[in-house]
Design a protein around this ligand. Structure first.
Ligand code: ADP
Ligand code: ASP
Ligand code: MG
Length: 421
């Protein structure tokens, strides 16, 4: 069981969580619980680290930001004990959750599930702070924002759990962010592949890595709400959204429990920025000169378009990078101006990426054209396009994000029926 920030925000909320956990155990289950820091706490800690030193040492940044989860894991263990349950916390370095790669974006390498399983077998509820681990050098690491989802899936895999329930502030995965589109529909199930794509293009309900890990390890994941009353449907009856394999999805469709749609969901991402390099020489090697320094600096480039060459053997190259890396990318490119040979560098962070995702696209034509028509009918200009087998993304003006998501949700027939007032 994993509980996110809003579920852990304060004593009262934690008491509700403890009750949900206790009930799950009383139903005859052994449980491990992964918790996030209280809502807003990680942002607060990140700001402290920035204020202390803008060029922070990532290892010390991790020491600061990992602390939010230490607090909530201890508080949940205390609350469970107050309800008469046996419970203890297992910090990242105690379990241990071994991680590799860089601080602030560490990856889980291994979790030894034996000690946990033994404690659980004795009837003890294991409470584990999400987001944190320990490096090969024995230092505290964190796994990137939203990383508690990945901690939970990794723990579930390590102990061979029957299921990993991700409790959050919405009751499942919807066709799009239900906070933006009131007519978003809850999905009974979604495939790993689609969820991975949706998460990677901005549906923050699950961290992308957690979905990739669940797919690789075959962990059954359910997304459901912790904001429920005592009479709620038990988690074992799957009131939320189950992440399933394509085979399972086909079975659900055959049984009539799921409808086959060309588009499963729509996501948006406002965290990218656009860079345009004008008058780049239109010759072999030119784009390599642009992207090599960015790759060397671990800056992820997403959408790329190269315009048709001009008469003089020159072209404009447009691409996107994470907003957080924009300043660094710009400085790197300025440094290489002579080598690349561009004329001007133009940047814009007021852009958004809107993506439509669905495995149905593999076999159905026309998904992209529906998108372009629907956006143009509302006067929304498309600045760039990129596609994968099961996704089409467009770059638009940030101010038009909400409108675009709503328009597309309707265009693909995803709107929920009006419920009687
Ligand atoms: P937690 O703190 O529990 O980890 P998050 O804020 O990380 O919660 O994720 C839950 C939020 O994800 C929801 O409140 C919702 O606004 C957002 N969200 C974005 N896209 C979707 C979607 N397709 N389905 C459900 N929620 C979504
Ligand atoms: N507390 C961390 C964050 O806010 C990890 C998480 O909640 O998943 O990013
Ligand atoms: Mg989250």
């Amino acid at each position: 069981m994993k509980f996110g920030g809003t579920s852990m925000a304060g004593t009262e909320r934690i008491r509700r969580v403890a009750n949900i956990v206790r009930k799950q155990q009383a139903g005859g289950n052994e449980v491990a619980v992964v918790v996030s820091a209280m809502a807003g706490e990680t942002d607060r800690l990140v700001n402290f680290a920035r204020e202390a030193n803008a060029l922070h040492d990532p290892a010390e940044y991790d020491v600061v930001v990992a602390s939010g989860e230490q607090v909530t894991s201890g508080l949940l263990a205390l609350t469970l004990q107050s309800l008469g349950c046996k419970a203890r916390s297992w910090l990242g370095w105690q379990l241990p959750v071994r991680t590799i790669e860089a601080h602030a974006k560490a990856r889980i390498d291994a979790i030894d599930g034996d000690a946990l399983a033994a404690a659980m077998g004795r009837g003890e509820i294991a409470v584990i702070p999400g987001f944190q681990g320990v490096s090969e050098e024995g230092r505290i690491t964190t796994m990137g924002r939203g990383g508690s989802d990945t901690s939970a899936v990794a723990v579930a895999a390590a102990i061979g759990a029957d299921r990993c329930d991700i409790y959050t502030d919405v009751d499942g995965v919807y066709t799009t962010d239900p906070r933006i589109v009131a007519k978003a529909r809850k999905l009974k199930a979604v495939t790993y592949e689609e969820m991975l794509e949706l998460a990677s293009v901005g549906a923050k309900v699950l961290q992308t890595r957690s979905v990739g890990l669940a797919m690789k390890e075959g962990v059954r994941v359910q997304v459901l709400s912790s904001f429920v009353g005592d009479d709620a449907v038990p988690a074992d009856d799957i009131p939320g959204t189950l992440i399933v394999s394509e085979d399972e999805m086909n079975e659900l469709v055959e049984k009539g429990e799921m409808e086959r749609q060309h588009v499963t969901g729509i996501a948006h991402d406002k965290n990218e920025a656009k860079i345009i390099l004008t008058r780049v020489p239109d010759k072999p090697g030119a784009v390599a000169h642009i992207f090599e320094p960015l790759a060397a600096a671990s800056i992820n480039v997403d959408m790329i378009i190269q315009n048709v060459g001009r008469d003089k053997g020159e072209t404009d190259v447009t691409f996107t990078v994470p907003q957080a890396d924009l300043a660094r990318a710009q400085a790197l490119l300025e440094d290489k101006r002579d080598e690349i040979g561009f004329n001007r560098i133009i940047t814009d962070s007021r852009i958004a990426k809107i993506s439509v995702v669905g495995v149905g696209m593999k076999s159905h034509a026309g998904v992209a054209s529906t998108m372009f028509r629907a956006l143009s009918d509302r006067g929304i200009n498309i600045q760039a396009i990129s596609t994968s087998e099961i996704k089409v993304s467009v770059m638009i003006d940030e101010d038009e994000t909400e409108l675009a998501v709503r328009v597309l949700h309707t265009a693909y027939g995803l709107d929920a029926e009006d419920e009687a007032a």
